[in-house]
Design a protein around this ligand. Structure first.
Ligand code: C2E
Ligand code: MG
Ligand code: MG
Ligand code: MG
Length: 293
């Protein structure tokens, strides 16, 4: 969102410079040193059922607190990392951290799945399923404790349809979601060929609901399309009551956005979840997820 409307200084600067500019290499070096340290932190944003108000999960969103530059939004550093070997390390770190947090919640009775964003290349990495399976095993978590989100752009790479990693993840029972849907002009055929269970409608369309007729039509047709494929629709960037109401009327399944909660540090998220779900013991049932453990 930072990047879509006004681009931030760092990003504009980097876009104007060539790939090997000192500026770019400095930032990548800073990022490499930040991995595993306290500068990188995961925040979590709840996903809420639009019909029942129940919490369906939380999405892990990476934050980078640069010692000199201050906070750098992920839209400024993730694309940079994706063009280097660093993305793999970041994804590994994010998955490990998110799984540990999921285990803390899960074993305290707050059994909400944690969604992790992965880059297209990491989704196709043949070692990803093993990494996740090992983490789940170590922490005593079932596969549905985690979900992976990958942007719609993945549909443009034909590799995705045949990748061993994707099949292995599905075999493991790890749910996949398609992120930022609507921005990449994917066809129905392409969507149908990837084993996703959830489609997230890009916030740029959601935020303009009620303001432009075109966006209203786009969101409505995505919701209908997703339902006709038997998948779940989730709206991103739900900022107001009015938008939440319109989405519900369209039959959109779930929403995420400031209307419900902003992304929060782990500790605040715990407090939010406990308050929302009553007491931890109530967490034996969350949203549509039956707990069998
Ligand atoms: P995304 O996965 O589509 O995440 C949704 C973005 O919308 C997040 O931006 C979130 O903070 C923002 N948002 C949530 N509610 C609202 C709202 O009501 N209004 C508005 N205007 N924005 C809202 P954020 O955290 O800056 O992340 C941007 C993107 O960076 C993410 O988009 C995701 O693609 C990427 N990203 C974040 N963390 C990771 C990560 O750990 N790994 C990877 N590969 N990508 C990540
Ligand atoms: Mg996402
Ligand atoms: Mg998105
Ligand atoms: Mg996005």
């Amino acid at each position: 969102y930072f990047a879509k409307e006004g681009r931030t200084g760092v990003e504009v600067y980097l876009a104007e410079k060539d790939r090997n500019s000192p500026e770019r290499l400095n930032l990548l070096g800073d990022l490499r040193r930040a991995i595993g340290g306290s500068q990188l932190e995961l925040h979590y944003q709840p996903k809420v059922s639009l019909s029942s108000g129940m919490v369906e999960g939380v999405e892990a969103l990476l934050r980078w607190w640069h010692p000199e530059r201050g906070p750098i939004p992920p839209d400024d550093f993730i694309p940079l990392a994706e063009q280097s070997y660093l993305m793999r390390q970041i994804t590994q770190h994010v998955i490990d951290t998110a799984l540990e947090q999921a285990a803390n919640w899960w074993h305290a009775g707050i059994q909400v799945p944690v969604s992790v964003n992965v880059s297209a290349r990491d989704l196709l990495d043949p070692t990803l399923p093993d990494l996740i399976e090992a983490g789940l095993g170590r922490l005593g978590l079932p596969p549905r404790a985690i979900q992976l989100e990958v942007t719609e752009r993945i549909l443009m790479t034909d590799q995705a349809y045949t990748a061993d990693s994707v099949h292995a993840l599905v075999e493991l029972g790890i749910p996949l979601a398609l992120d930022d849907f609507g921005t990449g002009y994917s066809s129905l055929v392409r969507l149908q060929r990837l084993p996703v269970c959830e489609v997230k409608i890009d916030g740029s369309f959601v935020q303009r609901l009620g303001k432009t007729v075109d966006d209203e039509r786009i969101v409505r047709s995505i919701v209908d399309l997703v339902r006709s494929l038997g998948l779940r629709s989730v709206a991103e960037g739900v900022e107001t009551d009015e938008v939440a109401q319109r989405l519900r009327d369209m039959g959109c399944d779930a929403g995420q956005g400031w209307r419900f909660a902003e992304p929060m540090p782990a500790r605040e998220t715990t407090a939010w979840l406990v308050e929302r779900m009553g007491a931890p013991s109530y967490g034996r049932r969350c949203g549509s997820h039956e707990v069998t453990a």
